[in-house]
Design a protein around this ligand. Structure first.
Ligand code: BG6
Ligand code: MG
Length: 216
């Protein structure tokens, strides 16, 4: 029995969601827009371009394409400055045991991320070889909650949607998985991710018997 396990990256595999937040918050501050952790939940899982639009809408700011491009570059440079020295210690607790368990059980593993920085992050943290397929922000044109990223991942793995399981920390990502008829697993707070089929605070709460139940 083979299932497709599709992992989001930021906030699921690696602790980079906090760096996205810091970089967006810095930009918002410069633009005089109040940007709180609650606002940030809306940006999780969402593409870089769409995220900026949401922030500008929040501040009631209409900007030229030129300004937007400048701010997108600025945000990404700021974000990347946090990633210069990252290594395997950036991998969130409990994630590696699950990935290795799935590998041992011959299950299919894919990345399904909105990030255009996904590959270098997987390389720096030393886990890129665990993935049978990678679909990231360079491959898709529709941001989560559009299911495109997960549909592409399942297709690359040769799996049906019904046999695909998605790990996500974002509301948009859970919605995308649900729209695709995949099993959605929320990683984070139940108050935020209540649309998920299963919710765990983090991977340390996921035990072997639960993973077994998904495989069988
Ligand atoms: C998602 C993050 O994984 O990727 C978002 O949750 C981020 O916060 C998006 O904006 C795009 O990432 P990047 O690295 O291409 O700016
Ligand atoms: Mg995420």
């Amino acid at each position: 029995n083979k299932k497709a396990f599709i992992f989001d990256l930021d906030g699921v595999i690696v602790d980079t969601a906090k760096y996205h937040f810091l970089a967006w918050q810095k930009l918002a501050q410069e633009l005089g827009i109040e940007f709180t952790p609650e606002h940030n939940e809306e940006l999780k899982g969402v593409s870089r371009v769409r995220s900026l639009d949401i922030i500008l809408e929040l501040g009631g700011i209409q900007a030229s394409q030129e300004d937007k491009n400048k701010w997108l570059i600025q945000k990404n440079e700021d974000y990347l400055s946090y990633l210069v020295d990252i290594d395997e210690s950036e991998i969130l607790p409990g994630v590696l045991p699950v990935l290795h368990y799935l590998k041992d059980k011959n299950q299919l593993i894919a990345l399904g991320s909105a990030s255009k920085n996904a590959r270098p992050i997987l390389e720096k943290t030393g886990i890129i070889n665990l993935f049978d397929a990678i679909v990231d922000g360079n491959d898709v044109s529709n941001a989560k909650p559009d299911p495109e990223v997960f549909l592409q991942a399942a297709k690359k793995l040769g799996a049906t949607n019904e046999n695909s399981i998605v790990f996500e920390d974002s509301v948009a990502g859970i919605q995308a998985a649900n729209i695709a008829n995949m099993t959605s697993i929320g990683i984070g707070e139940a108050t935020t991710l209540y649309e998920a089929k299963y919710i765990f605070k983090d991977f340390t709460f996921i035990d072997v018997s639960f993973i077994e139940s998904l495989i069988n």
